[in-house]
Structures are given as structure tokens and as C-alpha cells.
Design a binder for this molecule. Structure first.
Ligand SMILES: [Mg+2]
Length: 381
């Protein structure tokens, strides 16, 4: 399969699950089935003619631009601190979009500014996670060694898919999979300090990397490989056993005879990161060739529907590609075009360098000058 199809499928698939789930994020099962019938929500709810995404997709977009700003800075100026440093800075940019009016001063905030902050509709608040907001408000950022709090909310895992994608673009043979997974963990630990706040993020990065980089691997095999790797990386973790057992349970349930709701109830509600990943992989394994069925199972439950939907969409989008996401889920989706640009940039990577002649005007405007203004269908200013 065309890698571009997988890269686009991963980011747009995540946004699909996020948007479908956001409509029912705070609804009980009783409310969902009373409103949408016995199969639950399956079509988008339009809000003012558009299908809106939530904080999960917003933060995913900031993870992507952080990687792209980071690689560009490294190639043009030879300065490259840890990837998570760039990611922490740009989560500070996301924080500005949630707390300041549009537009914020680009020059004053250059380090944390990315071109997507030129999009006014990214400044809308879509039920942002309190843990992310309060951790970023402190101006500090958490690390694996110095946890910022004891949270294992799903805000760390729901935003890291671009890391798995970017390192599957073919340019990073010298970076080991362990190192890549650790970037996922460190990125989650910026705001979520509990081991189970960041181990699932590392596992998701691992799964996405395998699915985006290979055509012939199943979601089940990618999950199993991620668990083996987590055991190597987080050898000393007190919580690894719970993580391992929950992933095994998700895989067993996907091949068992419970219906989706019974199975999901056995895995949790998805407000905490290990349950989010468990519900997402359960749905993605069970329906690994049917994007719509997987997403519908991932969002129609009592729990954190937009995050379980987003992570499931990232996983199956990376496996099946954009071409296997039904058209009805692409129509009217907020940021569809922007997500396509980010997916393509993660794949194509920075081709300019300090000593090379190659010049890409659009890349310069996005990742160096940060002045790129992309008019989306929903431009409001
Ligand atoms: Mg959300």
C-alpha cells in the first residue's frame, strides 16, 4: 500500500473517531441509544454545517508540527535538542490557543509558535483536558525522571500518533524502535506523570510505527510486539503487569464471543490511558478490515468516546489507509485539508539543509518563517 495513504489515513482516521465520539463524549449508553437507536451514533452530527473535532485532534496537530519544526531547525541551524523539547514547547503553543484570543504574537512567541496557530478556528475550546491545561499552565514540563503529577488520564496517549508515523517515513534507520517509543513516553510525560499515563503512549507510537511502515502486519501482532518492547523499556515499572494484562485481555476479548459493549465494559471506560488504548485496540483487532465498524464500536459506550475513537482511528487509519475510510466520514470534516498537509509533511520530511541548494517556499513559510496561511473551508476571520 502507498505510504502516503497510510500517513493520511492515520491522522484523518484519528480525527474521524474524535469527531464522531465528541458528539457523545459525555453521554451515557442509555442516552446514546435513546437518541441514535440501537446501533448508536454512526453518522456525523453537524454543528453549524461542519463536523468538529476536539482537543485530541488539536493536540495531535501540535505534536506533528513540533516534529516538523524540530527537524527543520536541526537541518537549517544544526541545533537539535531532544524531540520532546520541541513537543513540550509546542504544547505551550496549544495552551496559548486555549487561553488567549486569536491571533497571538508570532514574534514574541516564536519558539512555541507553529504555522497552524495561523488558523483561527484552532483557538476554539473543545473540552480540553484539565490535566493538560493545568500541567502546561505551570510553565514546567514533566519528564520520566521528574513526574509533573500523578495523572494517568488519556491526554498523553491520544496525541502521540504523529511520532509513530514520522519515524516510519524511511529516513530514520539509525534511530532504534526503543528510542522512538521513548519519545512517545516522554511526550506524554510532559503533562502526565503516572507510569500508566505514558507507557500506553509509547505502546501506541510502537503500534503506529509498525502499521504505517509495513503492509503485512496485523493489529494483533503489532500490539503483541509493542507489549514485548514495553517490557524491555520499562523493566522496573510497578505498573507494567497491569498494562500487559489489560492488553492481553483486549486481544482475547476481540477473538471471543462477547458483544462489543460487554467486552468494552470489561476493559474500562477509557478516561485513563491504559483503558483508552485497550478499548481502541480491542475494536481495531476485532474489525481490522472494516474502519466503520471499528469506529462505531469505539465511540458507542459510556466512557471517553472521543479519545477511544481517536486512538482507534489512528491505528486503523495507519493500517488500512485513507482510501479505506468511508467517504461519509471525510465529507465536512474539520481540518481535513490541514491534516492532509501535516501527514504529507511527516512523510516527505524536511528536504532543505543549511548547506544545500534545494529551496521549498511552502516549507520555509510553514516551518521557518511560520507565516504560512492556509485558508480552510471554515475560516472564520
Ligand atoms: Mg477530546
Amino acid at each position: 500500500m502507498d505510504k502516503r495513504d497510510k500517513f493520511r489515513g492515520c491522522l484523518i482516521g484519528g480525527a474521524v473517531g474524535d469527531a464522531l465520539g465528541y458528539a457523545v463524549e459525555f453521554c451515557s449508553e442509555r442516552e446514546i441509544f435513546a437518541k441514535y437507536g440501537e446501533s448508536g451514533i454512526s453518522e456525523y452530527e453537524l454543528s453549524g454545517g461542519k463536523v468538529i473535532i476536539s482537543d485530541d485532534t488539536q493536540m495531535t496537530m501540535f505534536t506533528a508540527t513540533a516534529l516538523l519544526d524540530g527537524v527543520t531547525r536541526g537541518k537549517m541551524r544544526g541545533i537539535m535538542s531532544g524531540w520532546e523539547e520541541y513537543i513540550a514547547l509546542e504544547y505551550g503553543g496549544w495552551y496559548l490557543t486555549q487561553t488567549e484570543p486569536f491571533p497571538v504574537d508570532r514574534k514574541k512567541n516564536y519558539a512555541k509558535y507553529s504555522w497552524i496557530m495561523n488558523l483561527p478556528q484552532l483557538f476554539e475550546r473543545r473540552a480540553p483536558g484539565n490535566t493538560c491545561l493545568s500541567a502546561l499552565a505551570s510553565g514546567m514540563h514533566g519528564t520520566l525522571e521528574k513526574p509533573i503529577n500523578d495523572s494517568k488520564g488519556c491526554g498523553g496517549v491520544m496525541r502521540v500518533a504523529p511520532i509513530g508515523l514520522y519515524f516510519a517515513n524511511g529516513n530514520h534507520e539509525r534511530t532504534t524502535r526503543l528510542e522512538i517509543d521513548l519519545i512517545g513516553a516522554k511526550s506524554a510525560a510532559i503533562t502526565h506523570g503516572h507510569e500508566l499515563g505514558f507507557i500506553p503512549a509509547a505502546a501506541l507510537v510502537h503500534i503506529i510505527g509498525l502499521l504505517a511502515g509495513n503492509d503485512n502486519i496485523s493489529v494483533l501482532d503489532a500490539l503483541a510486539d509493542s507489549v514485548v518492547t514495553m517490557r524491555k523499556i520499562f523493566r522496573a515499572s510497578q505498573d507494567l503487569e497491569r498494562f500487559h494484562k489489560l492488553m492481553e485481555k483486549a486481544a482475547d476479548l476481540a477473538e471471543g464471543s462477547d458483544n462489543d459493549l460487554e467486552a468494552i465494559h470489561k476493559l474500562g471506560e477509557g478516561w485513563v490511558a491504559e483503558e483508552t488504548l485497550a478499548i481502541a485496540v480491542y475494536c481495531a483487532i476485532k474489525y481490522q478490515n472494516d474502519f466503520e465498524k471499528a469506529i462505531r464500536a469505539a465511540v458507542n459506550h459510556n466512557g471517553d468516546s472521543d479519545s477511544t475513537g481517536a486512538v482507534c482511528g489512528n491505528i486503523l487509519g495507519a493500517k488500512l489507509g485513507l482510501s479505506n475510510i468511508p467517504q461519509k466520514y471525510k465529507d465536512n470534516l474539520e481540518f481535513y485539508d490541514v491534516l492532509t498537509i501535516l501527514a504529507d509533511d511527516l512523510l516527505d520530511d524536511c528536504q532543505m539543509s543549511e548547506y544545500g541548494d534545494y529551496y521549498d517556499e511552502a516549507w520555509d513559510a510553514k516551518y521557518i518563517k511560520k507565516t504560512y496561511k492556509f485558508k480552510t473551508e471554515y475560516q472564520t476571520v
